[in-house]
Unconditional design. Sequence first.
Length: 105
Amino acid sequence: MIRAMNRHPFRQACCALALGLVAAAPAAQARDRWSPDEGLSRSYAPHSTAERRVSLQQAVERVQRSTGGRVLDARESGEGYRIKVLTRRGEVRVVYVDARTGEMR
């Protein structure tokens, strides 16, 4: 009985500590997020997105329509996009889309 009474304050302290940590986690995450107001450019793209007329999503949709296939992978590559497609015939093709003109190669 005495042991149970001695453990009770310890449990309260543990619960209070756990609740404090859970409440502090969202604030720490919000601090760690990148904010566009920081004034720092965190873009890894060689050119700004303002120079691009075709977005990655638009390039993917164009390639899907023209090949009739399923896109396996899409990523930025130089001044455009590299899109890997599985065609209806079962062939894997890589299509390059120019981000400024939308031209496919």
